[in-house]
Design a protein around this ligand. Structure first.
Ligand code: PLP
Length: 516
């Protein structure tokens, strides 16, 4: 199984270069962190709640990590709670503070560019009667402070504003935000996930009540987050159970992950020192992109103090991000879309929309996020591959717009429809008629069955995964490959008439090729 999966990945390594430029999605675990975690996994299995020696040693490691995290946040260790991820931290604060205040005060003021772990929790709280007011941002994503001042009133119990945005890198004036909140007696939650290790953090100086963090954005492990709760600020547990984390978050501590988080925080000073180099590389990249595509639009603030050093959101007019990302991936380069298409939906990014981009411009936007290991060579390579693509020096996958997918194509004998949706999407939605379902992570296991004399129409939920697989098929000699832009989601919206009439008809589930 592992080998088969590896074979699929190997295709993407055929150019012998892997350039990872998606550090805002996640970072590789650093060697130092990994070694510390391995030591814990190997021998430190005691439960921190146990009183005997092995347990006490685990408890000591958790407390040591808490001190390491607190130090880089400028917080007291007693103000740091370990959680499973930043999404949990955000959920916990929003729900806990609401329970504390509502209905005495009824309003949360936030921004329209928060991470989904905030946006979707706010949407949920709205269904429970909480008034959610989104303060507008300007064309660079900066919160309009004068507007914020008007919106925060005596009915507001919380102002929720991220420190740095994951898509554009814009940094907010958190001190000013907190001051406005304080004037009306409102508390402040800030999502600092993208900021830690990229810009200095000083929670005490900023005077915020709550802040969320995640280790995997900091060369630490996935599955551990932290929540800062200022001493004295109200907080009731989100997870009930044992008395771990001073009774504020139940569940046996994930010691190896927590130790990994602590070790990652020990690298923060070094990362901050390195930020200047990263910024210089980003500058080079912007310059190069402007040379090869002079009409490109930089969405990230170009004033350096207003943007994370590693993050660049850029729009290439006339170039669909899905196709560009597919091509970059084919050449071993990982970037992400400015739109949510990679997550399986055809909805343009709410962040890009909030800063004024049209749906079309959002679909022409990519996010490039550099890391501590990114080199000038990586940047040159990325720009070269993008240039090849812009200048048509690569073999393209055809793109089919959702509105163009009509009965003629659906029922054309010369079209072979390949469904590469993940199982959960197949459970939720019926697919295209006449489709052939394969396991999207094992496409290499079906190649013998796919026809070489037909046009293969590949589709997934949002058009992101399918474009990667389309390029993979091209590399395997399939001459005519077409990708459904916007995926099933786009087609359901644009051709609901056809969806109602034909979805789910005559679907074939393919078995993997027989190995001789
Ligand atoms: N907040 C921001 C700004 C993020 O970028 C992310 C992750 O992408 C999160 C929250 C969620 O973090 P986690 O993956 O730890 O839940």
């Amino acid at each position: 199984m592992e080998l088969q999966y590896f074979a699929f990945l190997q295709h993407f390594m055929r150019f012998n270069r892997q350039v990872y430029l998606d550090h805002n999605a996640t970072t590789p675990v650093s060697d130092r962190v990994r070694k510390k975690m391995e030591r814990v996994l190997k021998s430190q299995y005691g439960n921190p709640s146990s009183f005997y020696g092995l347990g006490r040693e685990s408890a000591r490691l958790v407390e040591q990590a808490r001190e390491q995290v607190a130090k880089v946040l400028h917080a007291d260790p007693a103000e740091v709670i370990f959680t499973s991820c930043a999404s949990e931290s955000n959920n916990a604060v929003l729900k806990s503070v609401t329970a504390h205040y509502y209905p005495r005060r009824k309003k949360i003021v936030s921004t329209p560019i928060e991470h989904p772990s905030v946006m979707n929790t706010l949407a949920y709280l709205e269904t429970q009667g909480v008034i959610i007011d989104y303060c507008p941002v300007d064309d660079k994503g900066r919160v309009r402070l004068a507007e914020l001042e008007k919106r925060v009133d005596d009915d507001t119990f919380l102002v929720c504003c991220m420190l740095a945005n994951n898509e554009t890198g814009v940094i907010q004036d958190l001190k000013a935000v907190a001051r406005i909140a304080r004037q009306r007696g409102a508390l402040v939650l800030t999502d600092c996930v993208q900021a830690l290790g990229k810009i200095p953090i000083d929670l005490h100086a900023w005077d915020v009540d709550y802040a969320s963090f995640s280790a995997h954005k900091l060369y630490g492990p996935k599955g551990v987050g932290a929540l800062y709760v200022k001493q004295g600020s109200p907080f009731t547990p989100y997870l009930h159970g044992g008395h771990q984390e001073s009774g504020l978050r139940a569940g046996t501590e994930s010691i190896h992950n927590i130790v990994g988080f602590g070790a990652a925080c020990q690298q923060v000073d070094k990362l901050l020192t390195h930020a200047g180099q990263t910024r210089a590389l980003k500058r080079q990249l912007i310059q190069r992109l402007k040379e090869i595509k002079p009409d490109c639009v930089i969405n990230s603030p170009e004033t350096e103090s207003e943007c994370l050093p590693n993050t660049l959101s850029v729009t290439f007019p006339g170039v669909e991000n899905a196709g560009l990302m597919g091509m970059l991936d084919y050449r071993g380069i990982a970037v992400s879309a400015g739109s949510a298409c990679s997550t399986g939906e055809d909805t343009p990014s709410h962040v890009l929309k909030a800063i004024g981009l049209s749906d079309q411009a959002a679909r022409e936007t990519i996010r490039i996020s550099l890391g501590a290991d990114t080199s000038a060579r990586d940047i040159r390579y990325m720009a070269q591959v993008a240039q090849d693509y812009f200048e048509g020096r690569v073999s393209f996958v055809n793109m089919l717009a959702p509105a163009q997918l009509n009965e003629n194509i659906l029922f054309d004998e010369k079209t072979y429809i390949l469904d590469v949706r993940p199982p959960d999407d197949r459970k939720r939605f019926k697919g295209l008629p006449n489709a052939h379902e394969v396991n999207p992570l094992r496409v290499e296991n079906y190649l013998k069955q796919l026809p070489r004399d037909k046009e293969i129409l590949v589709y997934c939920p949002g058009g992101g995964l399918s474009i990667m697989i389309s390029y993979y098929l091209k590399s395997k000699g399939f001459k005519r490959v077409m990708n459904l832009r916007g995926g099933l989601d786009g087609w359901r919206k644009r051709r609901s008439d056809l969806y109602e009439k034909y979805a789910g008809q005559n679907v074939t589930v393919l078995e993997p090729d027989k190995i001789n």
